[in-house]
Every structure is written in C-alpha cells, then in structure tokens.
Ligand binder design. Structure first.
Ligand code: HSE
Length: 436
C-alpha cells in the first residue's frame, strides 16, 4: 500500500516532537498502521529553524494554504493553535477532503460543532487526542474504552502550569505571585499565562471531555470558569489542616437537571490518589456506572508526550482511511444525529460541598449567629476549625466545611453572614468534592 502523506501546520514544540518521534519509531509505527506514514510538507514561520529539524524529502513552506490545498496530502496536522488562522486552515483542509489531526483545544472547544459538521459533510475524520491532557490517551479512553458505560462524572487536573503553582504554594508555603514567577522562569507558564491561571485552558479541555462523555455538543461558552489567581496561601494551609488539598479541577457531572461544567479551585481529600498528583503532571478521574472509577495519569504537555497523542491519531486515521465514514468512530463518541440536548447548568444550580472562611470577633454568640443563618438555608456543617486569636487580636478565623448543598443557597447565606456586625470583610468560599 502506498504511504499515507502528512502535512504539518506548525513546527514548534509539538511539531518538532511529532517529526522526531515519527522518525525514531517509524518501523514500529508502520507495523502498527499497516502502511508507511510520511511527513512530506511542513508550513512554518521560520524556515531556517525548520531546516534544522526536518531533513530529507520534506517541503518547507511558509504558507499553510499550500499544505491544505496540496493534492498529495492525505492528513493535515494542525499544530498552530488559536482560533483564527488555525480554524481557517482546518476548514479549508476539510473542504479539500483531507483528514485533520489537531492539538488545538480552543478550536475544538469553541468551534467543534462547526468543524465536525463540515467534516461529516465531506466524509473526513477530525481527531484531537492531543487537545486534552497532552500525552494521556483520555479521548480514546472516554470515546472507546468506556463506551459500555453511562459516564457519571469526570474530575481532572488538566492544566500542568496551575498544578505546578498549587503544588509549590502548598509545599513551600509561598504565595501565588512568587510561584508564578518561578513557573515562568522554568518555562512551565507562558510569558502571558492568563489562559492557564484563569482556568480557560482547563475549561477548553473540560468542554471537550464533557461532550464525549455525555454526547452533548461542545459548549465552552456555558462553562463556569474560575482560576487560581485569587487563591490565598492561608486557605491552602487551612485545607491541609482539615485533611484536604486544593487543586484546580475541571469537573463535569450529569444529573437529571442537566450537566455541570465547571473549572475552579477545589478541596479534595488528601487520601485520594488524584490529590497526590503534583507538579506539572495531569490526571483525569472518570466515574462510569459499570467500571466504577478509573484514573488516567501522565504528562499533560511537552514535545514528545503531546506528539505521542498526535501520532496515535495519525495512525488511527491511517487504519480507517479506507473505511466507510459511517463505520468510523464518531467525532464525539455518539452518533452525530444522537447527540443530547441536556442543558448545561448555571453555577447557581450546581450541588457541591463548600469551604467557608470568615474573620469574626472572638466573643459569645458569634458562632451561633453564623450557624443559625446556615441552618435557615438548610446548610449542614460537616467540620469546623477555629484558631485562637493572635496575641493582642480580638478577631479570629473560623473555617467551616459544609455538606452538599446548592450554590445559590450558599451564596444567599454568605450575603447574610457578611452583613453580621461581628463578621469582618468577605467570606472566602471554595468548593469541595469528596470524589468518592
Ligand atoms: N498550558 C498547558 C498546561 C499545556 O499548562 O497544562 C498545554 O495544554
């Protein structure tokens, strides 16, 4: 069989990894794919740099249109990122009847429905394993390995930069700004790390996983997103004293009311395996009704880990290229005409447990006032911590963990608590998941 021809858009960290791994393991990959896979064209910004990476019969161009319009290219691998040029080139590649592999989480999370529709109309495949959790084959696991299950929920550490920051804050007692500078110096965080630290990158990945797990269209705009920029070292410390770690989790759950789709700092019991995922690593915990809990752990970024996922997609497409489109695995795991319209719930309708920290006067009746308000909103307290006031201080911190309740109840109770004369300033609210 003649080799399958691949054109790369972008030859940065992931592109060069893809090139190197494909070359290094070409014999083994060919034995798996049943056909040789050749990168024959790359579109790059910096031709000189590209020449150092690709040697041999690879055409280097600076215009991606030349790749997506080339009649000999079977698979276009998009590794540019972002929504503008990348989206345009992916849609052109599809219109030209090419299969597409992409690591572009923003593109799939925001424009997935449009991209899949175009691909379905043309009978081509779009694969995106590398878009979620780098080298961890979580898309394959959700879409195929767990296909027998009614998936109940997913909770993932799906941003390495923020996990590194939180690990360092906890381990060394440092504040957010100090560790962010370290993360940037180490090359974990981007020079503009907003997407990482504000939770947007994690929300892109979560949106994709939710669609595949529950068979719903991609709905990034409905995700609730809260990053780690406002998280205080004090809360990491108090959480630890109560037996919890704080992680930036992407959580998606199915209930009768709808789908929860949320990214936020979350307390999780320190005894859970996922609570012990440290540094820049990723992990995704999936609860299925038949299988129970399964945990997927590995590198969520980096040149060759991400290339591992890109090449897995290229091999999948190579194997299925001659199959009828209707015999291939659907883009979002469910047949396109069988997607569900289950609504994504606003955060006010989410049910979870809470960590509340408030600064109060250390005098009789204060605790009673606070617990009375919580009781009025049917919020049950699970655990409590009160510190002795510091020398010469009349105020102290009270930390409460609640049982499950609805977010709008907690918000209403907090408004009332903050109005108490004995409570100073704002109540800090964090969400807590037992993940059991
Ligand atoms: N910026 C991402 C992270 C890596 O920190 O996990 C690529 O998705």
């Amino acid at each position: 069989m003649k080799p399958i021809k691949v054109g790369l858009l972008g030859l940065g960290t992931v592109g060069s990894g893809t090139f190197n791994v494909l070359k290094r393991n070409q014999e083994e990959i060919m034995r798996r794919a049943g056909r040789a896979i050749e990168i024959t064209m790359v579109a790059v910004r910096n031709v000189e740099r590209a020449k150092e990476i690709v040697k041999g019969d690879v055409e280097i161009v600076t215009d991606g249109n030349l790749v997506v319009n080339h009649p000999d290219i079977d698979i276009v691998v998009e590794l540019i990122g972002g929504n503008d040029i990348a989206k345009d080139l992916v849609l052109k590649a599809i219109a030209n009847g090419k299969h597409v592999v992409t690591a572009n989480k923003a593109l799939i999370a925001k424009h997935g429905n449009e991209v899949f529709k175009a691909a379905q109309d043309k009978g081509v495949m779009v694969a995106f394993e590398a878009a979620v959790a780098g080298g961890i084959p979580i898309i394959k696991a959700l879409r195929e390995g767990l296909t027998a299950n009614r998936i109940q929920w997913i909770a993932g550490i799906i941003n390495g930069t923020t996990n590194f920051i939180l690990s360092e804050m906890r381990d060394k007692g440092l504040d957010f700004a100090t560790v962010l500078k370290q993360a940037q110096a180490l090359g974990y965080a981007e020079a503009d790390p907003t997407f990482d630290i504000e939770g947007i990158d994690a929300a892109h990945k979560l949106t994709i996983m939710a669609s595949i797990a529950f068979g719903i269209p991609t709905q990034f705009d409905k995700a609730y997103i809260e990053g780690i920029t406002k998280l205080e070292a004090t809360d990491i410390e108090y959480a630890e004293q109560l037996g919890y770690r704080i992680k930036l989790l992407g959580i998606t759950k199915r209930s009768e009311a709808g789908i929860e789709l949320r990214v936020h700092p979350t307390l999780i019991p320190e005894k859970r395996l996922i609570a012990n995922v440290e540094g820049a690593m990723n992990a995704v915990l999936v609860q299925g009704d038949a299988v129970g809990a399964t945990l997927y752990y590995g590198k969520g970024a980096g040149s060759e880990p991400t290339a591992s996922s890109v090449i897995a997609d290229v091999v999948d497409i190579t194997r299925l290229a001659t199959a009828d489109p209707e015999h291939r695995v659907p883009y979002l795991a469910f047949q396109p005409n069988a997607l569900s319209d289950l609504k994504v719930l606003p955060i006010s309708e989410v049910f979870t447990s809470y960590y509340l920290r408030m600064r109060v006067e250390d005098k009789p009746g204060v605790l009673a006032d606070v617990t009375k308000i919580l009781a009025e909103f049917s919020i049950s307290i699970d655990a409590m911590l009160q510190k002795e006031p510091a020398e010469g201080e009349s105020r102290t911190d009270i930390i409460m963990l609640t049982h499950q309740t609805q977010e709008k109840n907690v918000d209403a109770a907090i408004t009332r608590i903050e109005a108490l004369a004995s409570v100073t300033g704002k109540v800090t609210k964090l969400r807590l998941e037992e993940l059991s």
